[in-house]
Design a protein around this ligand. Structure first.
Ligand code: FE
Length: 202
């Protein structure tokens, strides 16, 4: 919901989560430590570095890139990245004059198998409320200033879609291996709030 913590001025989400967890543990509804174990397992299984490998493969393999754009779910599964929140992956390809950004204005959905669990800022009411309305200033505040000739397209997650951005391959990476390329792809770039940069360009 949009009117959560920051409008209430009460406890932080962390404090509220801790309180809820303590009650559940005290009542014996969950085992002590069960949530930490679950979270650790989720973070291990659902790692945005998987998405970085998908991007790198698409950059070096034109046939894979085409399959990825045609059916993101299947192409990600071909690399072994499947699971909950990965059933409807739609990949959005950046172009020199078109930049894609993703958001879930309703809540905080991401394609877990390739983007991992969403970062806190992605879940924040501020990002969700503002990026669809005024993407250019929001991106600028996040450190990404795009030239005026680059069109920005914002994609709002629905029940049937989990988006992922295929960012532009940076100049100066000709001849790089797939592994080298995967190492420079970031989660922010696959959400669309950053570009992929080489150590030289960054
Ligand atoms: Fe959501």
């Amino acid at each position: 919901m949009a009117n959560d913590s920051e409008h209430r001025g009460a406890a932080t989400p962390e404090a509220r989560t801790d309180a809820l967890r303590r009650v559940l543990e005290r009542k014996g509804l969950i085992e002590e430590g069960a949530l930490d174990t679950l979270q650790a397992r989720l973070e291990e299984q659902f790692d945005w570095r998987n998405g970085a490998r998908v991007v790198a493969r698409a950059w070096v393999d034109a046939d894979y890139r085409e399959r990825l754009l045609a059916d993101g779910t299947k192409a990600c599964a071909d690399l072994g990245f499947t699971g909950p929140q990965g059933e409807y992956i739609v990949v959005l390809e950046d172009e020199p004059t078109l930049h894609n950004v993703i958001v879930c204005t309703q809540c905080s959905c991401t394609a877990w198998p390739v983007l991992g669990l969403p970062p806190d800022w992605y879940k924040s009411p501020a990002y969700r409320a503002r990026v669809a309305r005024e993407p250019r200033p929001v991106l600028k505040e996040m450190g990404l200033e795009l030239p005026p000739e680059v069109q920005i397209r914002v994609w709002d997650t629905t029940a049937e879609t989990r988006f992922m951005v295929l960012p532009l391959r940076p100049n100066g990476t000709e001849g790089w291996s797939e592994e080298e390329l995967a190492a420079i792809v970031t989660r922010d770039a696959m959400i669309g709030v950053a570009l992929v940069e080489t150590p030289e360009s960054g």
